[in-house]
Ligand binder design. Structure first.
Ligand SMILES: Cc1cc2nc3c(=O)[nH]c(=O)nc-3n(C[C@H](O)[C@H](O)[C@H](O)COP(=O)(O)OP(=O)(O)OC[C@H]3O[C@@H](n4cnc5c(N)ncnc54)[C@H](O)[C@@H]3O)c2cc1C
Length: 419
């Protein structure tokens, strides 16, 4: 193309009209969100949506597709397709104007208020929101580390690990043994391991009816225990056995090469071994210097870090009080944080923090149970106000309604996160 004077003037005018919003964009307050999961995607979307362009929102997330952990057990059980768990960030970018950056955050300079990315960039912020989920505590199950996760999957972060675990279950020899090493408290999704056992049992009952499931558990008790045990007796009689701490469930090591589990000196051969190690907040919280022990303490009023008021932390990574680490909780906390951040940066009205959570679990076809509560913020913590739980002995019609509720919840939360 020849570049004549008219084309030059037209090009200069186009550049000027592009430059104007750029200048304005840089003068807007900047919010950076690290982690595009239940907490981070919700917070980014609510801040962008409700500030109507007044706040510049950047979301940093390495994955191009988010595979929900919620309903991943249903995928293992054959009730969901893997594709139905995958969600992309395109709508957040296209319809909400969020700057979605696919990279890892590898450091936070709290004095300069910048986030360092693995790719080399530094992203400035006025407020930072961290919602990185969990990482595993090295050495919590002796013999296991992430180099062993192909032999002994955790399947406790969404996506490929879940697929691997399902494939291993499908390849189990007839009459084989599935061992789950359950995690100590606190961990993401308190009923998650036991819903998984239910879904594995559902699958094995159809495909490998003489197989056995052994849970090795360091905890005395677990979430919805009476409901799960009633369901296992009813649907999967004789298939599921649990070794609690009184019988050595807290004294466990594994040998991934030999596919053995050592429970208090007794060596058990596993055909599939699902090791769910002890957990802590996603590493970026340590890198930011905002953790105390394994978690990042926050104020329930705003989800602000108790270490740095320019940082809000959401979801599994936090220590906040009474809420369980769940996607529902992270989503609920994200809305409180989004309101607080908008209030701080644009002067919009802030209401007292209120939270809610419900965790549904599927035990067998149409046999759903739930536990939930509402919460409020006190100066000390997020405190439970009142709660509810399914009852043993409920009739099949109620259990079916409970399962159907969970389908509505999944559709609702994923559209609340991703638009
Ligand atoms: C088997 C299973 C079943 C579950 N079922 C339910 C259920 O039925 N209901 C329910 O409410 N909850 C359920 N959960 C729990 C739920 O998945 C988590 O509690 C929820 O995802 C927590 O949200 P989050 O935002 O804290 O973390 P996540 O949703 O894990 O999001 C964290 C994101 O941060 C990103 N990230 C991490 N580090 C960095 C970094 N340094 N830089 C950039 N990005 C980073 C990750 O890639 C990830 O996308 C289940 C969990 C499991 C494992």
């Amino acid at each position: 193309m020849t570049f004549n004077r008219r084309a030059f003037i037209a090009a200069a005018a186009a550049t000027a009209s592009l430059a104007a919003p750029m200048v304005r964009a840089q003068s807007r307050p900047r919010v950076v969100v690290v982690g595009g999961g239940a907490g981070g995607a919700t917070a980014a979307r609510y801040i962008a949506k409700d500030s109507k362009g007044e706040i510049d929102v950047t979301l940093i997330e390495p994955s191009r597709a988010y595979y929900t952990c919620f309903f991943s057990n249903l995928y293992i059980g054959g009730f969901r397709q893997l594709d139905s768990l995958a969600h992309s960030y395109g709508t957040l970018a296209a319809e909400y104007g969020i700057n979605v950056v696919h990279d890892w955050a590898v450091g936070v300079d709290r004095d300069a208020r910048t986030v360092a990315l693995a790719g080399g960039d530094r992203v400035p912020y006025d407020r930072l929101i961290l919602s990185p989920g969990i990482d595993f505590i090295d050495g919590s199950v002796p013999g296991w580390d992430t180099s062993a996760q192909n032999a002994m999957p955790h399947a406790y972060k969404g996506g490929s690990q879940t697929e691997l675990l399902k494939a291993q279950i499908e390849s189990m020899p007839q009459g084989g043994t599935y061992v789950m090493v359950a995690p100590p408290n606190p961990y993401r999704c308190p009923p998650g391991p036991y819903e998984r056992v239910s879904m594995v049992a559902h699958k094995l009952k159809a495909e490998n009816p003489n197989a056995k499931i052994l849970i090795v558990d360091p905890k005395q008790a677990f979430s919805k225990q009476a409901l799960f045990q009633e369901g296992w007796d009813r649907h999967y009689a004789g298939m599921v056995e649990r070794i609690g701490p009184d019988f050595g469930g807290a004294n466990v090591s594994v040998d991934p090469a030999a596919m053995t589990v050592n429970v208090d000196g007794e060596v058990i051969k596993a055909d599939v071994c699902n090791v769910i190690p002890a957990m802590k907040s996603g590493r970026i919280c340590d890198m930011a210097g905002i953790t105390e022990g394994n978690w990042a303490p926050v104020s329930g009023h705003t989800m602000q870090s108790r270490v740095d008021e320019n940082i809000h932390v959401l979801g599994d990574a936090t220590s906040q009080g009474d809420m369980p680490k769940s996607g529902f909780s992270a989503n609920s906390q994200a809305k409180v944080a989004a309101m607080a951040v908008r209030g701080a940066l644009t002067g919009s009205r802030v209401f007292p923090a209120k939270f809610s959570n419900t965790c549904w679990s599927l035990i067998d076809t149409n046999d759903g149970v739930k536990v939930g509560a509402t919460y409020e913020a006190t100066d000390e913590k997020i405190a439970k106000v009142d709660g509810f739980i399914s009852q043993t002995g409920e009739d099949a019609a109620l259990r079916r309604v409970t399962y159907e509720e969970s389908l509505g919840w999944y559709a609702g939360i994923t559209s609340d996160m991703f638009g």
